[in-house]
Design a protein around this ligand. Structure first.
Ligand code: AMP
Length: 550
C-alpha cells in the first residue's frame, strides 16, 4: 500500500460519523493488505507506530516537526509555528504549507506504507548525542517526499494523534469482522500479545492459534486496572472477596527468566536500570522464571512515603546509587502472570495467589479473605492507619485481564472523588501568573477522541504552576489569543464536587468545582477516564449512590 492511499483512507474515515460504519470501512481494507502491511496499518490507523508492548518511542516533539517542515518548504521555524497556530491543527497546517510548496517542486518519490514505518523506526532508534540531528534528517526526507495530504497524516502520526476517531476498540472489532473471527478471541489474544498488529496477522493466517496465544517473558502486558467502588457493593455481588492494602507507590511488572530480569513501568517503559534495588530484592526472593505484578513503595522507618518519592526513582537514569540511598524502595507483589513456562492469566485470582506464595519467598503483599462488610471495613481502617491509600477489593475467581478497568478489582479510598484527565490546552495566566499558564483544558477519551470536560485553575500553588509550565511549554502546538492547544501528553488527577450535564463542553458534561490534585506521571493519555465511565459516575451520583464512601 502506498502511504498516499493510507492518507486517503484516513481522510475518508475522518468524515465517517457512525461507529459501525467506521468499523466496517476499516474492516474492508484489511484483507487486501499483505503480511508486512497489515500490522503496520493496524497500528497506524489508531495513531500508533509501534506495538503497545514495545519500549520504542518516536521522541518527536513539536519543535522537531516545525524544523523538518520548515526545511522542506524553505521557510523559518516561526512561519511553520504560526501556520499551526492559525489552524490549531499540525496536520492541516503542514498540508497547507506543502500545498504551497508543491507548485515549485518537481520531484516526489512515492512513499510506501511499510517504508514510512521503517523510517519512523529509524527515528526511534536514533539515540545519543546525535539523535536529534538524525531524527530531523529522517523527518526532512519524509516530509520532502510527502504530498500535502500525506503531510497531514504524517505530521499527526509523528505526534501520535491521528484525529480520525479510530480507537483501539474499533480496530479490534474491524479485525474480527475482516477475518470473521469471534471478537472475544481477538480481545483475549490482544491482551496477551499486546499488539493488535500481530493479532490481526494471526487472525488471518491461523485463527485457531488465537486461543493459544499466551503471555511471554520480556513482552509486557498492560496492567489490570481497578474501578472506584464500595466495600458493600462488592461483597453483595460476590460474597467472599480478597482484600488488599492499596499501596501508594508506582506499579511495576517484573519479568525474569534465568539470570535475566527486566522491570517495566505502568506505561510499559523499561525501568530496570532505575530500580536495581527492586530487581535485587525480587531475584533474591525466587529461583523461578516469573512475571510478577506489584507496587514499588518508598519506605522510611517502616512507614510508606508519598508517591512522589517513588516516581522520582522511576524516572532516574543517572546517579541511581545516590538516589537509592535517599529513597529506599521495596516491592509489594500482588499478582503472578507466569511461572516456569506456564501462563497464568486465565487462572482464578485465588489460584494465582497460592502459586505466588509458593514461588516468592518474600515481598508478597498481604491479602485477607473476607465475607462480611464489617470485616472489610476493619481492614480498611487498619490500612489507613498504617498510612496506605485505602484498600483493593478483588473478586476471588477473576482472571487477570490486562488493560481492563473493571469491577473485578475495586479500589476504595477516602476523600473527594477524582478523575484522571488529559490536558489538551491551557490559558495564559494574568498578573502574578503572567508568562505561565493559569488554567488548563481537560478531556476524557471516547473511541480514540479526546473530548473536553472542563477547565481547572484552582488547587495549584504558584510554585506548581511554574513546574507545570516547564512541563507543558514544549507541547504547545497552536496559540490563539490567550489560549494554547497542547499536544496531549500529560495526565492530571482532578478532584470535583459534582458531574453536571453541560452543553459547554464536547463530552456533554462538566465538572463542578474542579481542583488540581497532581500530575499522574505514571499514566499515559490513553489511560484517562473514558466518556462511558464518566457517564456512569454521573448516573450513580444522580441515583444518590456516590461511588466512593464518604
Ligand atoms: P488508581 O491508580 O487510583 O487507579 O489505583 C489503582 C492502582 O493502585 C494500581 O494501578 C496500582 O498501581 C495501585 N495498587 C496499590 N496497591 C494495589 C494492590 N494491592 N492491588 C492492585 N493495585 C494496587
Amino acid at each position: 500500500m502506498q502511504f498516499l492511499e493510507f492518507a486517503r483512507i484516513c481522510e475518508h474515515l475522518e468524515g465517517v460519523p457512525g461507529r459501525l460504519d467506521l468499523i466496517e470501512q476499516v474492516a474492508a481494507v484489511l484483507p487486501r493488505l499483505d503480511d508486512e502491511e497489515l500490522p503496520v496499518f493496524v497500528r497506524f490507523i489508531r495513531g500508533r507506530v509501534f506495538p503497545d508492548w514495545s519500549p520504542q518511542k518516536l521522541g518527536v516533539g513539536p519543535n522537531l516537526l516545525y524544523d523538518a517542515v520548515a526545511y522542506v518548504v524553505g521557510t523559518k521555524r516561526e512561519t511553520v509555528r504560526e501556520a499551526i497556530n492559525a489552524t490549531g491543527d499540525a496536520g492541516l497546517a503542514v498540508e497547507r504549507l506543502l500545498a504551497n510548496k508543491e507548485q515549485t517542486s518537481f520531484f516526489i518519490q512515492e512513499m510506501d506504507l511499510v517504508e514510512v514505518y521503517r523510517d519512523l523506526e529509524r527515528m526511534a532508534a536514533a539515540g545519543g548525542q546525535r539523535s536529534q540531528r538524525e531524527k530531523l534528517r529522517v523527518a526532512q526526507r519524509l516530509f520532502g517526499n510527502a504530498r500535502p495530504l500525506e503531510g497531514r497524516y504524517l505530521a499527526r502520526l509523528m505526534l501520535e494523534e491521528l484525529r480520525i476517531g479510530v480507537g483501539e476498540g474499533n480496530v479490534r472489532d474491524a479485525v474480527a469482522r475482516a477475518f470473521e473471527v469471534d471478537v472475544r478471541l481477538i480481545e483475549h489474544a490482544h491482551q496477551a500479545m499486546n499488539d493488535l498488529g500481530e493479532v490481526a496477522l494471526l487472525a488471518r493466517r491461523d485463527p485457531a492459534a488465537l486461543s493459544h496465544v499466551t503471555i511471554e517473558p520480556f513482552r509486557p502486558v498492560k496492567m489490570m486496572l481497578a474501578q472506584a467502588g464500595t466495600i458493600a457493593a462488592q461483597i453483595a455481588d460476590h460474597g467472599e472477596v480478597a482484600v488488599e492494602y492499596k499501596y501508594d507507590g508506582s506499579r511495576f511488572q517484573f519479568h525474569r527468566v534465568g539470570d535475566v530480569c527486566r522491570i517495566y513501568s505502568r506505561k510499559l517503559e523499561e525501568v530496570t536500570g532505575s530500580l536495581p534495588d527492586i530487581a535485587k530484592q525480587l531475584i533474591a526472593a525466587t529461583d523461578h522464571d516469573v512475571i510478577l505484578d506489584g507496587e514499588a513503595v518508598a519506605v522510611r522507618d517502616g512507614r510508606p512515603m508519598p508517591f512522589q518519592y517513588v516516581i522520582r526513582r522511576f524516572r532516574r537514569k543517572h546517579e541511581v546509587d545516590s538516589m537509592m540511598e535517599k529513597i529506599e524502595l521495596v516491592p509489594r507483589v500482588f499478582d503472578i502472570l507466569y511461572l516456569d513456562g506456564e501462563p497464568l492469566m486465565d487462572r482464578p485470582l485465588a489460584e494465582r495467589r497460592t502459586l505466588l506464595e509458593g514461588a516468592l519467598g518474600a515481598h508478597v503483599a498481604e491479602q485477607f479473605h473476607v465475607g462480611d462488610v464489617a470485616g472489610a471495613e476493619a481492614i480498611y481502617g487498619e490500612a489507613l492507619g498504617l498510612g496506605h491509600e485505602g484498600i483493593m477489593v478483588k473478586v476471588l475467581d477473576s482472571p487477570y485481564t490486562p488493560g481492563v478497568r473493571g469491577r473485578l478489582w475495586v479500589k476504595v479510598k477516602p476523600g473527594v472523588e477524582t478523575l484522571d484527565l488529559a490536558v489538551i490546552g491551557a490559558e495564559w495566566g494574568e498578573g502574578r501568573r503572567a508568562g505561565m499558564f493559569g488554567s488548563f483544558l481537560l478531556a476524557v477519551q471516547d473511541q480514540g477522541r479526546l473530548l473536553t470536560v472542563g477547565k481547572v485553575a484552582t488547587g495549584i500553588t504558584d510554585e506548581v504552576l511554574s513546574e507545570l509550565y516547564a512541563l507543558l511549554k514544549e507541547s504547545v502546538i497552536a496559540r490563539s489569543g490567550k489560549e494554547v492547544t497542547l499536544e496531549p501528553k500529560v495526565v492530571f488527577e482532578v478532584g470535583y464536587s459534582e458531574i453536571q450535564a453541560s452543553p459547554n463542553y464536547e463530552s456533554g458534561y462538566a465538572l463542578r468545582f474542579p481542583r488540581f490534585v497532581q500530575v499522574r506521571e505514571d499514566k499515559d493519555v490513553d489511560e484517562v477516564e473514558t466518556l462511558d465511565a464518566l457517564v456512569e459516575r454521573y448516573r450513580q451520583q444522580k441515583n444518590g449512590q456516590g461511588s466512593l464512601p464518604a
